[in-house]
Design a protein around this ligand. Sequence first.
Ligand code: CMC
Length: 426
Amino acid sequence: MADTAKIQVDGKTVDLPVMKGTDGPNVIDIRKIYAEADVFTYDPGFTSTASCESKITFIDGDKGVLLHRGYPIDQLAEESSFLEVCYLLLHGELPSAPQYAEFESNIIHHTMLHEQFDRFFQGFRRDAHPMAIMVGAVGALSAFYHDSTNINDPEQRMISAHRMIAKMPTIAARAFKYFRGQPFVYPRNDLNYAENFLRMCFSVPAEEWVPNPVLTRAMDRIFILHADHEQNASTSTVRSAGSSGANPFACIAAGIACLWGPAHGGANEEALNMLAEIGSVDRIPEYVQGVKDRRYRLMGFGHRVYKNYDPRAKVMQKTCHEVLAEVGHQDDPLLKVAVELEKIALSDPYFVERKLYPNVDFYSGITLRALGFPAEMFTVLFSLARTVGWIAQWKEMIEDPAYKISRPRQIYTGSGPRDYVPFDKR
Ligand code: CMC
């Protein structure tokens, strides 16, 4: 493709530079189009618009490829650990052994929350959704850790990144314990990240929790699969909030709020509800007909970017079988429904023509349920894992000299100018 693209508006030709990335489609730089041609561009949902330049994650949706800093997700999920992926996302390179040891120790030694923070949870209603608690509690971190909210100081940016990666499992586990009505469990520095989190969720004073390596490895892998996904809705929300100079804790709280929606992070909860509603394999054809009649969507299917099998879904499917076998649920009726539904959808022209494939959420609900989590916790786990992606993207934006406050334009279709009418004349 040429280095410039031409656009004609009212007989005037404007030359626009064409940017080339390492991979992916070329990008037409339209920044000067308003100044030179007095027009805006229109792209609701940003389906054709690159909002930033990034070196963190690459997705080829047609081929079903996902790379973090160049490394394929399946290799990271098989061979790496979540904390190593965190380092990679934050720093751009895999750590050396001493770098990793220092990073891991740093995270593990910052998992405790200020004691006063625990009292904050008591203000929520007993039946509060754990995601409601997450939005509030993570936003409240800015009130407890003032000393790392100066976004212009690189050291404070890194401290806040470490604090959030370290404290998210503690906050998420407390949201769960509060929801369950059980006492909070303090973190332990001799356990790894996933073990520590599972213990804070499942240990009770009456019975100590014993780590199961298959389940802790599965938890760690699920965190890896959700660590980052380039400019999705919640990440764009974090960048947008951060573009005004807001502190990092507030920005991550904004990302959590966005993630909660059923079209985004809430989809695994919805996918599990859907499988339960279908209930048995013989009811699948009737349910699929309802999807074709557009009465509802097949949750855990389809993706804005992937028009092929989501590479995360492949790893999740394998992890699902491993976890279910380990906990003795291999005959789970919902797994049977999921496997059969996937088979039918992958061969049905309605889904094939629209390139609708299973996404990461299709198997994650069944897996998380087998790990012992209720559906209300699924999006909480997603937000815990995505925190590193959000913060790496936020840092990248702050460190990009070209960054500007996010301020989209609009096409106004409301009323023209008119005079105010007092009450007695309306
Ligand atoms: N079930 C049935 N039909 C669907 C689905 C689905 N899950 N997803 C898309 N379609 C159809 C849609 O009706 C449309 O058909 P037509 O062209 O005939 O009108 C076509 O496919 C394109 O849909 P779209 O809404 O334009 O696609 P989108 O890129 O805006 O939507 C999506 C992406 C993820 C919101 C959508 O696929 C969806 O709602 N999926 C279910 C929810 C879900 O699983 N979300 C998790 C996403 S992965 C986790 C994450 O990254 O957050």
